[in-house]
Design a protein around this ligand. Structure first.
Ligand SMILES: Cc1cc2nc3c(=O)[nH]c(=O)nc-3n(C[C@H](O)[C@H](O)[C@H](O)COP(=O)(O)O)c2cc1C
Length: 190
């Protein structure tokens, strides 16, 4: 009989997201792939499928930002599952223009967290929050175009994949190192 101390718990992670036009969904899938590469078991699902966070050991939550708020279905999901989300390690990310803001008007706003987002972060007791740049198509509305340009933002796919990778890797390392392993090592017959 040998005790196999290399046997480790397979940590399960939920990545639940809300996306209006697909860029947040792609970031969520990408984070999921990075975590799988690190040996975690990951389910990536839109909040519209109402995945149950109580079935997972850790949770990553992300939403597109529209008009200074997370998408309504995302806010509803965090409200509905508030207790389960607060009872396990949870991280939050947003996808918007923030990190892509430049120049005298944009730069001071780069790290501004809109109050509605700060409230959800607080409600979840999230271990960490990260704002990622998303995809900014050129809007039809001239007024919006002028505002966005004044904030130093380009109309383009602004996603910073190396930044997303680094964040995903840091969460995977945290989960692997900090979540408890199996209480007893697995025992194998020869
Ligand atoms: C109607 C609309 C409103 C938006 N409002 C904001 C905003 O208030 N703050 C922000 O940082 N980005 C805002 N954006 C930019 C989006 O967050 C960005 O395009 C993001 O990549 C969208 O994610 P999705 O493709 O998953 O829907 C807005 C985009 C749209 C279409």
């Amino acid at each position: 009989m040998t005790i196999d101390r290399s046997e480790r718990t397979e940590h399960t992670v939920l990545i639940a997201y809300a996306s209006a036009n697909g860029s947040t969904a792609e970031i969520a899938e990408f984070i999921g792939e990075r975590m799988r590469d690190k040996g975690l078991h990951v389910r990536v699902a839109p909040v519209s499928e109402n995945p149950d966070p109580a079935r997972f050991e850790a949770v990553v939550l992300g939403s597109a930002v529209h008009n200074g708020e997370f998408l309504p279905e995302f806010a509803e999901y965090t409200e509905r599952h508030g207790l389960a989300l607060r009872m396990r390690p949870a991280w939050l990310f947003s996808v918007g223009m923030g990190p892509a803001l430049r120049g005298p008007l944009g730069a001071p706003l780069r790290h501004f967290i809109p109050p509605a987002i700060a409230d959800i972060r607080k409600h979840l007791c999230a271990l960490g929050y990260r704002s990622f740049a998303g995809v900014l198509p050129r809007p039809d509305d001239r007024r919006t175009r002028i505002i966005v340009r004044l904030l130093g933002c380009r109309f383009a796919d602004l996603r910073d994949w190396p930044a997303v990778s680094a964040w995903a890797d840091s969460l995977a390392i945290w989960i692997d190192a900090r979540l408890p392993q199996a209480p007893f090592p697995a025992v194998r017959e020869p």
